[in-house]
Design a binder for this molecule. Structure first.
Ligand SMILES: C[S@@+](CC[C@H](N)C(=O)[O-])C[C@H]1O[C@@H](n2cnc3c(N)ncnc32)[C@H](O)[C@@H]1O
Length: 192
């Protein structure tokens, strides 16, 4: 198992260097300032998830809690015509991300939960929130958009959305790779 995770770690670093010219798996200076560190989604998971999800050229893609920007970099390559946006709460991580990113993606240092409305078509979440925040965020997305997709990777708090069953559809995708020891759930949330 450990050897297989090592394979994923090496794979992540190779793609980081190829696409970002920096490792996006390292500890950020944020932890030296008492903030929580950020964790990036594996490249393999990103490729697998977005093989299964249809994205139209007109869609605005938003990474909620973009960390060091791996998702934004991946989208910039895969969807060069789309508008790509990242929000990051932690100012230290945000600055690091800004240094890494090309001009293609827009990023903002903001707490998304304080935004009155959040407009977009596809929202990617890799556990930026706890249960209460996830519920608050999802309600805000429902209020702000007629149509949307929330791609919730590693959905540990999905039960928090049970009260919204009448308003949303939840589809579960499983990403598997034996050689990488990956068996991960992804939830796609859409409006009913
Ligand atoms: C697990 S990391 C995911 C990084 C990136 N999305 C990825 O998948 O590679 C979650 C990030 O969400 C950020 N975050 C947490 N709460 C947030 C909020 N309310 N607004 C914006 N960003 C937030 C954290 O600082 C952290 O960098």
């Amino acid at each position: 198992m450990r050897v297989l995770r090592l394979f994923t770690a090496i794979e992540n670093r190779i793609f980081d260097i190829l696409y970002a010219r920096k490792f996006l798996t390292r500890k950020t200076p944020a932890i030296q300032h008492g903030c929580k560190d950020t964790v990036s989604t594996d490249w393999y998971s990103l490729v697998s998830i977005f093989k299964l999800i249809e994205v139209d050229k007109s869609e605005v893609l938003i990474d909620i809690g973009c960390g060091l920007g791996r998702v934004l970099i991946f989208w910039s390559k895969k969807y060069p015509s789309n508008r790509i946006v990242g929000y990051e709460l932690n100012p230290i991580v945000f600055r690091e991300c800004k240094n890494i990113l090309t001009k293609k993606a827009e990023i903002y240092c903001r707490n998304v939960l304080l935004e009155e409305k959040i407009y977009g078509d596809l929202f990617f979440l890799f556990n930026p929130f706890g249960e209460k925040e996830l519920l608050k965020f999802t309600k805000k997305i429902i209020q702000s958009n007629k149509k949307f997709k929330i791609v919730y990777f590693y959905p540990v708090h999905i039960d928090a959305l049970s009260t919204l069953k009448k308003e949303i559809l939840i589809e579960i995708i499983v990403i598997k790779s034996r050689v990488r020891a990956i068996h991960q759930k992804v939830v796609v949330i859409t409006k009913k």
